[in-house]
Design a protein around this ligand. Sequence first.
Ligand SMILES: [Zn+2]
Length: 267
Amino acid sequence: MNEDLKQFLKKAGLKKSCHTLIHSSFRNIRNAFPDISIEYFIRSLQEIVTDEGSIIMPAFTYCFKRSSGEFEVFDKLSSPSKIGAVSEVFRNMPNVIRTSSPTHSFSLWGKAAKIIGCDNSPASPLGAGSVLDWLANTSLSYIILAGVDFSALSFGHYLEVKAPVPWHNISPWDYLSVEPIGASASGEQKLIELPGCAKSFINFERFLIDNEIISFYYEHNTKFFFISTKTLIKHGLSYFSKQYKSLLCNAGTCQACDSRRKQTNIY
Ligand SMILES: [Zn+2]
């Protein structure tokens, strides 16, 4: 059974020297591969790409300063990832380093850990100078979505900044008293281009599938995507600059998207 997972990942396209960002839901992965542990899932990825490649996962904590009420302060060693169990286990595994963004840190293993380093903390957390920017400019770089859809695709935020969409530098979080400042134990950091709501990135997913630009693998009703960042950039930049309206949730259904719609007059 365990070899099944590795065979499956290789069949999907994962190979030695790939630099791979993984978004996952372990509950859904277990539907497809019932006997595996989180550690086994991560080790399988590492064994296939080897340390010639990279395994990368978000370890986001969203530690923004707030103008009212309490807010969490990022501590690189102890703040748990809010992205789920797989990302939290990965963060604590040997030879994995964490970048320093108070809001959007990443865990890195392999080449990316050596090249990017643990001090990475750009003012645009998912834009210029970020781990996603490195992936976008590195060959053999891929994104795996394991049991999650495009609402987990952080790379969509990179595309928002790159395209750019009209709201790329407008914070959607005013209603939560969020300030454009990261709060870290090592100090405060001024931020630009705060990542917002990703729910409607599924419309970009639909576009790519309907146009047969990407495909996915089904294993016991669990969807797995294996997508090159080149493909996402090539088709994403044009989609995000032309069809950006579909990237905001429907009016009246999401405070974050409504706030951006209001401030940019997009209806
Ligand atoms: Zn939304």
